[in-house]
Design a protein around this ligand. Structure first.
Ligand code: BES
Ligand code: ZN
Length: 438
């Protein structure tokens, strides 16, 4: 709570609340206001000025000021103060890492500092939103059910999670955060090498300004020309399967242990096992299917925003993203189920996910909302890619030990994780072979 009072809510002038006009403090003597939040807050209290302002313009001007006064650190290659979006168009400014950590403990924010301009540009473009039709029936039931799903191995989930959750922390700025991402990278590379698929499957770390990497495995679709140059990929569609690989201990992220077995070691090894079984089973999709393990979700969806804004800028035709974050905890074994999140997602894709659950898994699902941008599916949604999000149960029944030293694998169900792996494999196979209409 120590720092909470220093965090500045960035609010636009409204008729109801008399505020200091941002244009007043944008000029002249008040130029330090954003650097001294207490002054800013006092300024608000004292202000009697309430000029009629266009709210949008006012916020845009405030943000402009934020960037104009923000220090860019060439060593960390990032801004010192951070612009945190707490809900659509609502911002909080954190002046340093401590303030970000404090806001993090409150949850519910996306750190959009590095991509604010890009998002604003997207809003200016009057392009039609991508509307994708998904299959209403499954097409590969026998292959998936009889050939591929039986090859998913619970023992691999256990072994991988045992390794992955044994790092002191996978905090994205830490050395062990980096090491853990490289360990995962090597596991993925091993899968590709054992199958002799180096020609059509790329595996690469995605670098960030912070230590830990995101990791991407790209299975080039037969419809693609195998090129990373978007101009050559006219008939290509890309399907993304994702999970975040970092962990955090919210009390002292840089110091305390964060095994992150459930959040999100479970999702990371779930999609790894689906990837392994697909590749071992000779998966050669028509569409390009990519597996993404994102860094720094816990920092405010930082890794997924970096990857997906870059994809959007390169016009990569992502037709679906399935995010899984926490796949291992079962609160009530008599009532085991998937949680299907219905906010910050694409409704059509979510319907398709529900079809896959019904056809290919042994569990029911329950729909629920997070109420905020709670995981990396929100980064896809933010740039206009259709995304879906599945978790281990409904929001209120998820693992109570997340973000603590007690998020360990002995508290998890590997049978439940296997059900998520089935969902993942079936989703990738069905959409990997689907002809998306242009
Ligand atoms: N695993 C959680 C997301 C989550 C929480 C999913 C509850 C389902 C139910 C994720 O790693 C997380 O901690 N998200 C943050 C938000 C993020 C943008 C910093 C959160 O929920 O506070
Ligand atoms: Zn988390």
């Amino acid at each position: 709570m120590k720092y909470l009072q220093y965090i500045v809510p960035l609010v636009a002038a409204t008729e109801a609340v008399p505020l200091l006009s941002p244009l007043d403090w944008l000029s002249g003597s008040e130029s330090k206001l954003l650097q001294n939040p207490l002054n800013y807050i006092n300024g608000l209290k004292d202000a009697s000025v309430n000029k009629a302002q266009d709210n949008e313009l006012t916020k845009a001007e405030m943000v402009k000021k934020f960037f104009a006064t923000n220090e860019f650190d060439p060593n960390t290659k990032s801004y010192k103060s951070r612009l945190l979006e707490t809900s659509e168009g609502e911002y909080v400014i954190a002046q340093d890492d401590d303030q970000v950590d404090e806001q993090r403990r409150q949850g519910k924010f996306m750190d959009i500092t590095d991509h604010y301009d890009f998002y604003e540009q997207l809003k200016q473009q009057t392009v039609e939103p991508i509307v994708v039709d998904y299959p209403t029936n499954v097409s590969h039931y026998d292959t998936i059910t009889h050939k591929l799903l039986p090859t998913l191995e619970k023992a691999n989930l256990v072994e991988h999670l045992s390794n992955f959750s044994s790092y002191h922390t996978r905090y994205y700025k830490s050395d062990t955060g980096l090491e853990s991402s490289l360990w995962l990278f090597n596991q993925i590379l091993d899968v590709v090498k054992s199958a002799g698929r180096e020609e059509d499957i790329e595996v690469f770390p995605f670098d960030h300004p912070w230590a830990q990497k995101s990791v991407i495995a790209r299975i080039h679709g037969k419809n693609s020309k195998g090129s990373t140059d978007s101009s050559e990929k006219k008939d290509e569609s890309v399907v993304v399967i994702s999970a975040h690989l970092d962990s955090t201990n919210l009390i002292l992220p840089s110091i305390l242990a964060a095994p992150g077995a459930d959040d999100n070691g479970s999702g990371s090894v779930t999609i790894l096992e689906a990837f392994r079984a697909l590749i071992a089973g000779g998966f050669e999709p028509l569409n390009t299917v990519e597996f993404h393990w994102y860094s720094a979700e816990e920092g405010g969806l930082l890794g997924s925003q970096a990857v997906l804004t870059e994809y959007k800028a390169r016009k990569v035709p992502v037709k679906a993203q399935l995010q899984q974050d926490m796949t291992g905890y079962v609160k009530d074994p008599a009532n085991e189920r998937f949680g299907v999140i219905t906010d910050f997602v694409d409704a059509r894709l979510t319907n398709f996910v529900e079809l896959i659950i019904k056809e290919y898994t042994q569990l029911p699902y329950i729909e629920d909302v997070c109420g905020y941008a709670c995981s990396d599916h929100a980064s896809g949604t933010k740039v206009g890619y259709p995304s879906a999000f599945v978790i281990e149960d409904k929001f209120s029944d998820i693992n109570p030990f997340v973000h603590t030293i007690k998020d360990t694998m002995d508290r998890l169900s590997f049978d439940h994780m296997l059900q998520h792996a089935k969902l993942t494999l079936a989703f990738a196979y069905e959409l990997g072979h689907y002809s998306f209409a242009e």
